[in-house]
Ligand binder design. Structure first.
Ligand SMILES: NC(=O)c1ccc[n+]([C@@H]2O[C@H](COP(=O)([O-])OP(=O)(O)OC[C@H]3O[C@@H](n4cnc5c(N)ncnc54)[C@H](OP(=O)(O)O)[C@@H]3O)[C@@H](O)[C@H]2O)c1
Length: 299
């Protein structure tokens, strides 16, 4: 089917490529001219502006937005809403907060525009492996867009999970689980790294992907990283977060659902960005105050 696509970064360009290979007609736009040229080389039709993109599509149109969540997605959706006509659909595939989906869906419905939130997982491997899609939106609209979802996803990798917001809600929790899994692997491998046994960490990660209950794709990635360098010596242990972990925690607090593993994982990331943090300095100071315990002075 025909699809407009906005945002041709790490995710978007590969998704456009997969859609073109799947026989869809894609009209692609990005604020970067070079990115649009890459999409054209992959077989998409180029658009030089959002106006041009909308003009190149036949109603009822469908436009996939794949830009950073927050202001970039908000401004892109608003601009599209001013250009599209009733029954057209906007699909947000970025990592949007589900509260924003609900608000946008209501605002767009006043213009008789459809809004679909497609939680997308697969990262830079999605081009070859397919993207796991968690889709929220009106059932009839999602059904109309199904050829797109079925091409992007691997077999069995697409599900309509509920009304608007449900797709990103499920994706948010998916990412929260991802934080916890990564934290558990990181802790276990650190202990093995520090052990007296000179265990081949990459080989163990690979081993566990053969019949073990902890096998997973994350473990395959760990095997690959550890095979390159057992000590990960070139890396700094500085870990960013992109919001979904925090949102999942907020939702747990809102609903009174305990999330201890995720809490530890999110706060470990915060701590990873600090150098000689105040809290640890205060711990040392207190032990020194009450017990005269030795402290190390800052260099
Ligand atoms: N990377 C992943 O593994 C992954 C997985 C699932 C979901 N996602 C989500 O998918 C979305 C895209 O991620 P990505 O990794 O492809 O990001 P990316 O590589 O940074 O690409 C983002 C694209 O959006 C464009 N953009 C940035 N700000 C914009 C704005 N204000 N208005 C219009 N376009 C703007 C960028 O253009 P410039 O290059 O000119 O800045 C770029 O083409 C995000 O919401 C992300 O959370 C990412």
């Amino acid at each position: 089917m025909q699809l407009g696509f906005v945002g041709l970064g790490r995710m978007g360009l590969n998704m456009v490529t997969r859609l073109v290979r799947g026989g869809h007609q894609v009209v692609a736009y990005d604020r970067s001219v070079e990115a649009v040229a890459r999409a054209e080389a992959a077989g998409a039709r180029r658009a030089s502006s959002l106006d041009a993109l909308v003009a190149a599509l036949t109603a009822p149109r469908a436009v996939w937005v794949m830009v950073p969540a927050g202001d970039p997605t908000e401004s892109t959706v608003s601009a599209l809403a001013g250009l599209l006509t009733p029954d057209d659909a906007i699909i947000d595939g970025g990592n949007t907060n589900f509260h924003d989906d609900v608000r946008r869906a209501q605002a767009l419905s006043a213009k008789r525009l459809n809004y679909v939130d497609a939680g997308t997982s697969g990262g830079i491997w999605g081009l070859q492996e397919g993207y796991c899609l968690m889709v929220g939106g009106k059932a009839d609209v999602c059904k109309r867009l199904e050829p797109i979802f079925l091409t992007l996803a691997p077999a069995g990798g697409y599900l309509h999970v509920g009304d608007q917001g449900a797709g990103h809600y499920v994706k948010m929790i998916h990412n929260g689980i991802e934080y916890g899994l990564m934290q558990a692997y990181a802790e276990g491998f650190e202990l093995m790294h520090e052990s007296p046994y000179k265990v081949d960490l990459g080989a163990v990660a690979a081993l566990w992907n053969h019949g073990s209950v902890v096998r997973s794709w994350l473990l395959e990635l760990a095997a690959s990283a550890l095979a390159e360098d057992r000590d990960l010596a070139d890396l700094q242990g500085y870990v960013e977060d992109s919001g979904e972990g925090r949102w999942t925690l907020q939702e747990g607090i809102e609903r009174g659902v305990p999330l201890p593993a995720l809490t530890a994982a999110v706060f470990t990331r915060f701590r990873s960005r600090e150098n000689n943090p105040f809290a640890e300095r205060l711990l040392a100071a207190l032990r020194n105050q009450f017990g005269g315990h030795a402290v190390k002075k800052a260099p």
